[in-house]
Design a protein around this ligand. Structure first.
Ligand code: HAX
Length: 437
């Protein structure tokens, strides 16, 4: 058994024991109650699912196993001359609840390189994905195409006990994470670079190799990828992509089927596609205003026009957060160090000054602040990635780390089929009539 798997087994075995006794002693205690407006309002704030890898505070933002983003940037190992942490380290932390050493991260980089092999049949399937299909749809289909490689599905068909689920799920998740940069870069080069593919570099870490296969060998871009892949990885379990993976996985669908479903959720404009929408919105603004350097006053007018058309300002607002997203701030910090004079970065910063008071003045927006998607496109574009409709694929590669680490936990705990109870409006009215009597 490999070193990460061994540590994970030790960790979940003691955790599972603890949960058993916790449920036995306190199983009937009430942790939350549900209001009617939550039933109609997208279940906001209902605390009803387990997610071990990260936790989201509405004011402070995300913590991965207790560590904030600034703490992770400080404390996760940086190897190969990196100035940003490697997402390998975050995956290790999410799975074992321990900060890894440089040696651990080096091992994991090599292990993912070792597993990053596509079969000729998989390449053939990728080649048949038409380039007119949105890259996010291609990405989801590509993950489905790899599903015949699932160790979990194969073992399930041949018969295995519940106690073995975690083991084969770990294998699937490690294989899938290893292959995702390869698949995403393949789609990128096929769609935008006439199928001129770039081979992997076995000496690079996971993110740097992804950058390399995309065709971007700038060392600052490699660092951006390390940061990007770390901060987008997980955002607790209630967000649409994470929740979808967890839900589909609870039916004992394997990691490929579950992740592909989560990628479809991420592809929505209110979720991950917002990173594409932000850049498209800025370009529309530049075109409509007829200037590449709009003033704050011009931006404010454009925001008001956008709102008057009844559409949302992409990159702003959040279902949980009530402060500027620390993932936005981490990217802003990166831009301040690497490209403060970039014209698009300047626009993003001006939008940051202008939008919150306008959204606040509407009196209905609960969070007027920027989320993770408000900044990422400007940084990618600075390093020459101008294909906006590929941005959400990059988000998806990163999001896989968190949701697949949690999927390992789901099977380690043998969490049951997820099946909440729904209500009809008739039942709600009946409940109200009875409670008013
Ligand atoms: N622009 C304009 N109006 C907004 C808004 C925005 N950025 N954010 C919220 N509102 C509006 C809502 O549309 C809603 O209006 P109605 O009552 O007329 O329907 C009202 O304010 C209350 O919404 P809320 O409670 O503040 O927000 P929700 O929890 O319902 O929705 C969203 C959260 C993220 C979906 C929302 O803020 C939004 O649409 N933002 C823009 C899209 C975006 O950036 N999505 C990415 C979010 C982060 C993420 O998942 N990244 O992947």
């Amino acid at each position: 058994m490999d070193r990460l798997k061994t540590l994970f087994k030790e960790r979940f075995t003691s955790s599972a024991e603890e949960i058993k006794s916790l449920v036995k002693s306190y199983g009937t205690k009430i942790i939350d109650s549900v209001q009617i407006e939550q039933v109609y309002g997208g279940m906001r704030g209902i605390q009803s699912m387990l997610w071990e890898t990260s936790s989201l505070d509405s004011n402070e933002g995300i913590r991965f196993r207790g560590y904030s983003i600034p703490e992770l940037r400080e404390r996760l190992p940086k190897i190969n001359g990196a100035t940003e942490p490697l997402p390998e380290g975050l995956f290790w932390l999410m799975l074992t609840d321990k900060l890894p050493t440089e040696e651990d991260v080096t091992w994991l980089s090599k292990e993912w390189q070792r597993r990053a092999v596509l079969t000729p049949k998989e390449y053939d399937l990728l080649d048949h994905l038409d380039s007119v299909i949105h890259p996010m749809t291609q990405f989801s289909m590509a993950i489905m195409c790899m599903q015949s490689e699932s160790v979990f599905a194969h073992q399930y068909e041949n018969g295995m006990t519940k106690a073995e689920y975690w083991d084969v799920m770990y294998e699937d998740c490690m294989n899938l994470i290893a292959k995702l940069p390869l698949v995403a870069a393949y789609i990128y080069r096929k769609t935008f670079y006439n199928n001129e593919q770039i081979s992997a570099d076995p000496n690079l870490d996971w993110s740097a190799n992804f950058a390399h296969m995309l065709g971007k060998d700038d060392s600052a871009f490699k660092d951006l990828m390390r940061l990007y892949m770390t901060i987008h990885a997980d955002h607790e379990g209630g967000n649409a992509s994470a929740h979808t993976v967890h839900l589909v996985g609870s039916t004992l669908s394997d990691a490929y089927l579950s992740l592909s479903a989560g990628i479809n959720a991420l592809a929505g404009p209110l979720h991950g596609l917002a990173n594409q929408e932000v850049m498209d919105w800025i370009y529309d603004m530049i075109r409509d205003l007829g200037t590449n350097t709009p003033s704050k006053e011009q931006i404010a007018e454009y925001v008001k026009t956008t709102l008057s058309h009844g559409v949302v300002v992409p990159g702003y607002g959040h279902a949980v957060l009530r402060k500027p997203d620390p993932r936005f701030l981490a990217q802003k910090d990166f831009a301040e160090k690497h490209c403060p004079q970039d014209a698009m970065v300047q626009i993003v910063w001006n939008v940051f000054e202008v939008v919150p008071p306008i959204l606040e003045s509407l009196g209905k927006v609960k969070n007027p602040w920027p989320n993770v998607d408000a900044h990422s496109g400007a940084l990618l574009e600075h390093y020459g990635m101008k294909e906006h409709n590929f941005y959400t694929v990059m988000f998806g590669v990163s999001r896989a780390l968190g949701v697949l680490a949690q999927l390992c936990w789901d099977r380690a705990y043998n969490l049951p089929l997820e099946r909440p109870k729904s209500l009809t409006t008739e039942e709600i009215k009946l409940f109200l009539a009875n409670s008013n009597n």
